[in-house]
Design a protein around this ligand. Structure first.
Ligand code: RNT
Ligand code: ZN
Length: 426
């Protein structure tokens, strides 16, 4: 085993060499690292407990969401979830955020239905976020509830049910604003609903018209955009909504543009060969900001842990090369119950940050100069050579300088945590 001092030394030596190599391509590594440290990732609380939530009457997970696996140690209480999150944040370089779903409120053992949630149910989360310097994001929870059992929420043909979900979403926006105000960091509240049909609908229009009307009611109340920004999340298909999703891509694109809302692009929500990277410059041409749910679909919207694949690199590349870091809110969305859940957060988030670093180290000027000159040979040659530049050395250095474990050293910490904490949860 190397001593810490020797390990530190080899990290900085490798970094110095990498810095020179990048400088020879006109890439300023120090500037890249500075920029990287300012990009927050919103970790999704629901990886910690398989999208379970903390209601006292909640039903089983529904809405087409499925968390498969039975790895021991899922968080059963808000305190456990916070402890697990603290562990993950300590292993991820940079300052980040937490994305909460409404059914993670703390209801003191009482049955507080979704149309009665209020900021007070999130006061512990807000205090904890403040203590840890985290921003918060929020989501109404329009699934795992008796009133979503027939597969329809905001687009339900029953007026009373629509009103119930309108009230829930309205309250969610107010909770988002309370979070943003308390923390001094704008909250993004994202509306996703499961509404759709397994088989071919006879009426595709009715539910969409009702959804538009319900959303207008949800957004009718003005909320200070300094504290809360609204986003809507489309999807093309899901489990139980294979043939029809009310809130499709075109529906929400039109809605977001006409109502001045943010569009959420979830990497798992499109057809298997359709990436979201190319959508960024398209939609940002017409709307100021968007939210991402970075995920990994395997065959379908399976919400696998984010890995460092071409899709992820392409997303990060489009954010960075187009200078969109202030206009793209980056959140994660996956849930894997088959592996250690703290590791799942750590792997996915470290990959997101790593992909952003690789993007920040791209010799974009040279690529664009070649392209502008019509020299596509040089463009392709450089793109391919760039793949094996020594970004790993820069990444290690970044982790060390941010005070988090370098390389796979974080895994030992997760294993210890599993042994000492997670394995003791029945
Ligand atoms: C579902 C959407 C949605 C959920 C979370 C839990 O397909 O991606 O974002 O995953 O709200
Ligand atoms: Zn999503």
């Amino acid at each position: 085993m190397k001593s810490n001092a020797t390990a530190d030394q080899s990290v900085s030596q490798a970094f110095e060499l990498a810095r020179e190599r990048y400088a020879s391509l006109g890439v300023n590594v120090d500037r890249a690292l500075k920029a990287l440290a300012t990009i927050p990732i919103s970790l999704h609380c629901w990886q910690g407990d398989d999208v379970g939530g903390f209601e006292n009457f909640g039903g089983a997970l529904s809405g087409g969401l499925v968390a498969t696996g039975n790895h021991p140690g899922k968080a059963r209480t808000p305190d456990e979830l916070r402890a697990d999150l603290e562990k993950a944040y300590a292993l991820i370089p940079g300052k980040h955020r937490l994305n909460l779903h409404a059914f993670y409120g703390e209801f003191g053992g009482k049955k507080v239905d979704r149309d009665a949630i209020a900021p007070e149910h999130f006061k512990n989360w807000i205090a904890w976020a403040k203590q840890n310097g985290l921003g918060l994001d929020f989501n109404p929870t329009c699934f795992s509830h008796p009133k979503s059992a027939d597969g329809f929420t905001l687009s339900n043909r029953n007026k009373g049910i629509r009103e119930f979900w309108i009230e829930h979403c309205l309250r969610a926006r107010e909770i988002g604003a309370a979070m943003g105000k308390a923390l001094g960091k704008t909250c993004v509240t994202n509306v996703w609903i499961p509404d759709g049909m397994k088989d071919t609908p006879a009426d595709r229009q009715g539910p969409r018209s009702r959804l538009a009307e319900s959303l207008d009611a949800v957004f009718a109340r003005t909320i200070n955009p300094k504290w809360n920004l609204d986003a809507v999340e489309p999807k093309l298909f899901g489990i139980g909504s294979e043939s029809y999703v009310v809130g499709s891509h075109e529906f929400y694109l039109g809605y977001a543009l006409s109502r001045n809302k943010m569009l959420t692009l979830d990497a798992g929500h499109y057809h298997p060969t359709e990436g979201i990277a190319d959508k960024l410059t398209s939609v940002l041409e017409f709307m100021p900001e968007i939210l991402l749910h970075v995920s990994r679909g395997v065959r379908w919207d399976s919400d696998h842990v984010v890995v460092l694949n071409d899709d992820l690199l392409a997303i990060a590349r489009e954010i960075v090369a187009n200078d969109f870091t202030d206009r793209v809110h980056i959140g994660l969305d996956y849930f894997d119950a088959s592996i250690n859940r703290v590791a799942a957060w750590t792997i996915g988030t470290r990959n997101m940050v790593r992909a952003l670093l690789i993007a920040l180290l791209e010799p974009t000027d040279r690529l664009r100069t070649a392209e502008a000159a019509g020299d596509f040979t040089t463009r392709l040659a450089l793109q391919e050579e760039t793949r094996t530049l020594p970004f790993g050395a820069v990444w290690d250095y970044y982790c060390a300088s941010q005070g988090v474990p370098v390389g796979e050293a974080w895994l030992a910490e997760v294993k210890t945590y599993e042994k000492e904490v997670l394995s003791k949860r029945p």
